[in-house]
Write a protein that binds this ligand. Structure first.
Ligand code: HEC
Length: 464
């Protein structure tokens, strides 16, 4: 075994830690974890005991059609992963980012507890979404991170070798693996921040033409089409109400796909809410500029929302920090993963997505609504719908999507590139002998399953 790298990481307490990258498994064999690597010494905090995590798989599977039981589990999970860790920040924010996990040639990481990128899921899909996809961070808990490193799932050459060995699947993740995708929104300085709020009603048609399992229409309900807004008061001084205000914002009814050039209209009665209703992370100019290219993502988003052009020079004048507005969560407690999703709401206490919220969910985290995947069948004989408005909301037919039906297609083949499969809304389960996996008549088109994790298609390591 060799320790290949020492990664200096400024994140959190400017700790320096090291991990081994393990040994190249010979002939697609799985290297037993203990022998493969020296463990990371880094305080990635686990979900503490008391939140039914990890649940007993048989018990959870037996409840897979029980909406209430699945919702309760989702809320408790959310409570667990948002518990303040010893550092006072939520446990999930100590987890490993996608780049930390998947990049073989690790960059020096800037001093932020998370990494931000435009949602990959939306980047590869230009039609029908706004210029600027929301910024997201994909984070792996310790179990998931260690497994990826042990099995070298971040190493393209290793995946190629497994594929050459005719493997149908990568090894399965351990039961206590958790992966999340958090969605962030920039908070401006000097003035109130506008935040669109998902009302639950699409403003564009769900169905504008279906052929087979493919949905060719390109009209999503991305955040630029949501008709409800709130204005966030930057101070955050615990006032129960700031009343309402008027805001000029683009007119969703014009259906223009480039909001910064769209006609605006006046929204009246916009509720003003205080920043302390959100999980807020302040950003300094050096935090953001340390991200280099990511500055342009902020810039695009800010330009689109406020029509201000930010640069490294004026950044501090305009940008104050980020708030978390949405979160996808997947845990390997079930063989096909347990899927749930959360989004901030100005009225978090009403409606079906507020139901069953556990008292263990505390503080700002009580401002979220939630949906969960169950094994129930929908009337169209497809799976029940579950989506996050910030992410799948942007897809055509996203409002009838289901996490599992899309993620079942996360797969590897040597010439793979993020393609249609990652953003087309499918509604049927795939059998193991589906040509998508087997390659049909052409075995070179075989897709090796990645245990449902799309981000593993985004490896940039050796072999690229
Ligand atoms: C139409 C396709 C699609 C649907 C539907 C979908 N996702 Fe994803 N998801 C993706 C893609 C593509 C990525 C990879 C994004 C990246 O790497 O930045 C992803 C990434 C994720 C991740 C990060 C881990 C990973 O590698 O997969 C989680 C967690 C996740 N999704 C959860 C969910 C949940 C929960 C739902 C349902 C509420 C859902 N997804 C619905 C396409 C989809």
């Amino acid at each position: 075994m060799s320790i290949r790298r020492i990664y200096p990481i400024a994140a959190l307490a400017a700790l320096t830690f090291l991990w081994g990258t393990g040994r190249q498994p010979a002939h697609g064999q799985v290297v037993p974890p203990a022998a493969a690597t020296q463990m990371a010494v880094r305080p990635a905090r686990d979900i503490p005991p008391g939140f039914d995590f990890p649940a007993d798989r048989d018990r959870l599977q037996a409840a897979a059609c029980d909406v209430r039981a699945m919702r309760l589990h989702g809320w408790r999970l959310f409570a667990g992963l948002t518990q303040p860790a010893e550092e006072g920040i939520p446990a999930f924010s100590t987890w490993y980012s996608k780049r930390q996990t998947l990049d073989m040639e690790s960059p020096a990481f800037p001093a932020l507890p998370f990494s931000l990128e435009p949602a990959q899921q939306l980047v590869s899909f230009r039609d029908g979404i706004p210029n600027s996809p929301p910024l997201v961070s994909v984070l792996f808990n310790r179990a998931a991170f260690e497994f990826i490193r042990f099995q070298r799932l971040h190493d393209k050459n290793n995946l190629k070798e497994m594929w050459n060995q005719q493997m149908m699947d990568v090894p399965e993740f351990p039961l206590d693996s958790v992966v999340i995708k958090a969605v962030w929104w920039p908070i401006r300085k000097n003035g109130r921040t506008v935040l669109p709020v998902w009302t639950g009603e699409g403003t564009r048609p769900i169905d504008c033409g279906v052929s087979g399992d493919m949905h060719p229409c390109h009209q999503g309900n991305d955040y630029s089409t949501w008709p409800q807004l709130v204005a966030i008061e930057p101070g955050g001084d615990h006032r129960p109400s700031y009343g309402t205000t008027e805001i000029d914002y683009y007119d969703v009814s014009t259906n223009v796909q480039t909001p910064s050039t769209a006609p605006t209209r006046r929204y009246s009665n916009v509720q003003v809410v205080s920043l302390d209703r959100f999980y807020y992370v302040p950003l300094s100019a050096s935090d953001v500029s340390a991200y280099g290219a990511r500055l342009s993502n902020f810039a695009n988003l800010m330009h689109q929302i406020y029509d201000v052009r930010i640069t490294t020079e004026n950044l501090e004048e305009y940008l104050q920090g980020m708030i978390l507005v949405g979160m996808h969560v997947a845990t390997k407690e079930l063989k096909d993963w347990f899927w749930c999703t959360f989004w901030w709401h100005v009225d978090p206490g009403s409606g079906p997505y507020a139901a069953d919220r556990s008292d263990q969910v505390r503080g700002v985290w009580r401002h979220f609504r939630m949906d969960v995947v169950t094994d129930r069948e929908a009337p169209d004989r497809g799976p029940m719908v579950a989506y996050n408005p910030w992410l799948e909301g942007a897809f055509a037919n996203g409002l009838i999507s289901n996490c599992k039906m899309c993620h079942q297609r996360a797969a590897f083949r040597p010439d793979y590139s993020f393609g249609r499969e990652s953003h087309t809304v499918f509604r049927s389960p795939l059998r193991l002998d589906d040509p998508y996996y087997t390659g049909g008549s052409n075995p070179r088109n075989r897709n090796m399953r990645l245990d449902y994790l799309w981000s593993l298609t985004d490896i940039r390591g050796a072999g690229r």
